[in-house]
Design a protein around this ligand. Structure first.
Ligand code: SAM
Length: 253
């Protein structure tokens, strides 16, 4: 996959792209990330990329010409990218969208700043994406959020792909199970005995139960949907019954 990012603050990406899973994915060429300074495509000698809004009002707006010029330069050859514009009113980003985007050969993310981008930039855009109902100063953090979630889904990026399957939202929308590491006892808090048992089947069942419990407690609508669409196994339905009983204050079966 190749990802181009258009921004007026390219250095914000330096640390993000050099460290951890993302840094390793780039080094091992699982993904190519190209951060482009919109300012390099400004038309005047002062490299101006913003201007006052027509109709008056506060703030500045990112001009369309440098963004169009950058887009045209970047797409002169190769696959046409799927273009994302970060916007607080865009479609809310989630794991499903991350999975969809991870299948694209090429993405181009345009980061807004100031009061936003000139509306005519939308002509280039396939999807406007929000990372939540709050307003940030720019689209750079949303672009990093999107890239992180997408890149870790690319084949070969995570050392152990099993960990992807255990992640929240990856299996029918269920949430993940709790994790513990050594020591077995810390300040009077003990790791659940089953995890120390070495009994793989029991551990798997316990984790499944915890995942169902957490989903039922925090996202009951997901469980409701899975039940309605018959997407739970017999074993899961049995575990769920036990969890529901416990949550209602009944005795463990
Ligand atoms: N004038 C805009 C409004 O009415 O909501 C707010 C602009 S905001 C200060 C500047 C830029 O940050 C936006 O153009 C967008 O690119 C980015 N941004 C801010 N919040 C965001 C969010 N929740 N999700 C995605 N992008 C966001």
């Amino acid at each position: 996959m190749r990802i181009d990012v258009l921004t007026v603050l390219p250095h914000l990406f330096d640390c993000f792209l050099g460290e951890g899973i993302i840094g390793r994915a780039i080094q091992s060429k699982k993904v190519e990330v190209n951060v482009v300074n919109i300012r390099d495509f400004a038309l005047d000698k002062h490299k101006v990329v913003d201007d006052v809004p027509y109709g008056g009002g506060p703030g500045m707006v990112l001009k369309p010409e440098p963004i169009f010029r950058a887009y045209e330069e970047l797409t002169k050859e190769g696959v046409k990218p799927y273009v994302i514009l970060t916007e607080p009113w865009g479609e809310t980003f989630n794991q499903g969208m991350a999975l969809e985007l991870s299948k694209k050969e090429r993405l181009l993310i345009i980061c807004g700043r100031y009061e936003g981008v000139d509306e005519r930039v939308k002509k280039l855009v396939d999807k406007e994406v929000s990372i939540g109902d709050y307003v940030l100063s720019g689209g750079e953090l949303p672009a990093m959020v999107i890239m992180d979630a997408v890149i870790r889904l690319l084949p070969g990026v995570l050392g152990n792909e099993e960990s992807l399957k255990a992640d929240s939202f990856m299996d029918r929308g269920l949430l993940g199970y709790p994790n513990y590491t050594r020591p077995a006892e810390f300040r009077g808090m003990r790791v659940p005995e089953v995890l120390l048992s070495g009994h793989h089947k029991r551990i798997e069942l316990w984790r499944k139960e915890q995942s169902l419990r957490k989903t039922l407690e925090r996202k009951p609508e997901v469980i409701e949907k899975l039940k309605k669409e018959n997407l739970l196994t017999k074993e899961e339905l049995k575990l769920l019954e036990k969890v529901e009983k416990e949550l209602r204050g009944g005795k463990e079966s």
